[in-house]
Design a protein around this ligand. Sequence first.
Ligand SMILES: NC(=O)c1ccc[n+]([C@@H]2O[C@H](COP(=O)([O-])OP(=O)(O)OC[C@H]3O[C@@H](n4cnc5c(N)ncnc54)[C@H](O)[C@@H]3O)[C@@H](O)[C@H]2O)c1
Length: 254
Amino acid sequence: MRLENKSVLITGAGSGQGRAAAILFAQEGANIVVFDRDKAGANETVSQILTNSGNAKLAVGDVSKSADVQSAVALSVEAYGGLDVLYNNAAIWSAGNIDNYVTDLEEENWDAVLSVNLKGIYLCCKYGIPAIIETGGGSVINIASVAGLKGSRNRSHAYSASKGGVIALTRSMAIAYARDSVRVNVICPGGVDTPMLEPMVSTPDKFAKFAKSHPLGRMGMPDDIAKAALFLASDDSAWITGVTMPVDGGISAS
Ligand SMILES: NC(=O)c1ccc[n+]([C@@H]2O[C@H](COP(=O)([O-])OP(=O)(O)OC[C@H]3O[C@@H](n4cnc5c(N)ncnc54)[C@H](O)[C@@H]3O)[C@@H](O)[C@H]2O)c1
């Protein structure tokens, strides 16, 4: 019960890594707000937690919309008496579809990706960090990507830029809010087997090839990321802030 009675807001918790984290954190005693723009996915996460006798509430909304973010933070505070952990996980990735190489990338698509992946984190922190301070301190976990650490071969320049921005913003926020007892860290996942990755690994051959590109020889699973996030959420990481943590099967080391 490493998060007993902690109030946790997780964005993008209606699928993939966010859902895995919501379920794991609830098993560790946390009270969860599941925040996602996909109502059906978010509902499914909430019901899985409730079925396992955990506590979860639903916040349907868009992280790039200020009013939706304020409502989700307010729900956490009202329902659970404060906010201890803010887990900024929601993002979009669509190489060759919305996103592209800069020379082929439409301005509105650049704006769309940056709006969710970077502005979304700015908004969640703008409204979430004051709630954490009011609660007496806590942990912010941002999800970036190895695409923010290394150059990407994919048609996803807006995504890479957004994730690099998340890493830089994390470091600055870690310094700014350290004396308020707010720790801010960022995880950079490698390839994780979630719906986001499906277009990139659409055949068994492509899946196997991508899995093998990771030095540990397999794709990540949502729980691989959730377990690292649990460490950053809990007091086990009490003296860690401003850290960029790859959880990537070794891919960023190669
Ligand atoms: N899957 C990978 O290989 C991989 C690799 C590196 C980084 N990541 C990062 O991990 C995080 C989680 O991704 P995932 O793999 O679980 O993907 P996913 O697509 O399974 O889940 C993303 C969730 O975010 C939600 N979402 C998207 N835009 C939103 C918005 N504007 N407002 C609210 N919710 C929104 C979606 O509805 C979805 O439920 C993302 O930040 C992603 O960039 C993923």
